[in-house]
Design a protein around this ligand. Structure first.
Ligand code: ARG
Length: 265
């Protein structure tokens, strides 16, 4: 067994409750000749648009925190690699993967057919849906009601997609922002009458900004979306490690723990 395999085996056994004792140290190499070097744990650069709480955001100390961050950190631990998160604006996030500036993206990214042509995705790790945020006194009660209204979205998101479909891609009523918080800020200022974004983010915002007086509006026409962790097209080496780690954190309860921390039971 390699050192890594021994450690992984130890973790797996401990996880099963079969053994609480640490794995035995590997036997020292014989003869003082060529000893096998310790296996290299690779560190990957991870891009995330840290303006999407509770999935990824920056705290007061400028640290990147959130569900995605904790999840991928756990996945890396179980998958045998290291991660370094780098705040990466959504606008250039997919290009940064293509040109090699980032090895991995985790950013509440919805797996879509179009994106699958440009990059490879892990197994899905989160289910989401679009949700509409409006001022509390708004008459908007369903998605259709957004016709003729000024709507804020984050450029190039699935929220942008659904609103573009409803109002027309070139509609003057769609106001596109480089981040979702900026779109929500515009609603505070009265510049838009609604914002469409992922449910987890909209719920989080409305809850934590009760002073702004917003409510949420659901619509049955919004399709289920699934988030995936992205790698450069063809980067099977990293994708396999991610999927292996993801499988482990789902099986050993780590995923559930992180989920409960952010979204309750
Ligand atoms: N899930 C949506 C999409 O893939 C929005 C993701 C935005 N993520 C972010 N970190 N800003 O288009």
């Amino acid at each position: 067994l390699t050192l890594a395999a021994t450690l992984l085996l130890g973790t797996a056994l401990a996880g099963c409750g079969a053994s609480k004792t640490p794995a035995p140290a590997p036997a020292p190499s014989q003869g003082g000749g060529t000893s096998t070097p310790a296996p290299q744990v690779k560190e990957y650069i991870v891009g995330t648009d840290a303006a999407y709480a509770p999935f990824e955001s920056e705290n007061d100390k400028k640290e990147i925190v959130g569900f995605d961050i904790e999840l991928l950190t756990a996945v890396a631990e179980k998958g045998g690699f290291k991660v370094k998160f780098v705040n990466t604006p959504w606008e250039g996030i997919f290009t940064s993967l293509k040109n090699g500036d980032r090895d991995i993206l985790i950013s509440a990214i919805t797996i879509t057919e179009e994106r699958k042509k440009e990059m490879d995705f892990s197994e899905p790790y989160f289910e989401a849906k679009q949700l509409i945020a409006v001022p509390k006194d708004s008459k908007i009660a369903k998605f259709e009601d957004l016709k003729g209204k000024k709507v804020g979205v984050q450029t190039g998101t699935t929220g942008d997609d659904v609103v573009s479909k409803l109002l027309g891609k070139d509609s003057k009523d769609i106001k596109r922002f480089e981040s979702t918080p900026l779109a929500l800020k515009e609603m505070v200022n009265g510049g838009v009458e609604a914002v469409v974004a992922d449910n987890g983010v909209v719920i989080n915002y409305v809850k934590n900004n009760s002073d702004k007086g917003f409510k949420t509006v659901e619509d049955a026409s919004f399709e289920k979306e699934f988030y995936g962790i992205a790698v450069k097209k063809g980067n099977k080496e990293v994708l396999d490690k991610i999927n292996a780690g993801l499988k482990k954190v789902k099986e050993d309860g780590t995923y559930q723990k992180i989920y409960d921390k952010y979204f309750g039971k």
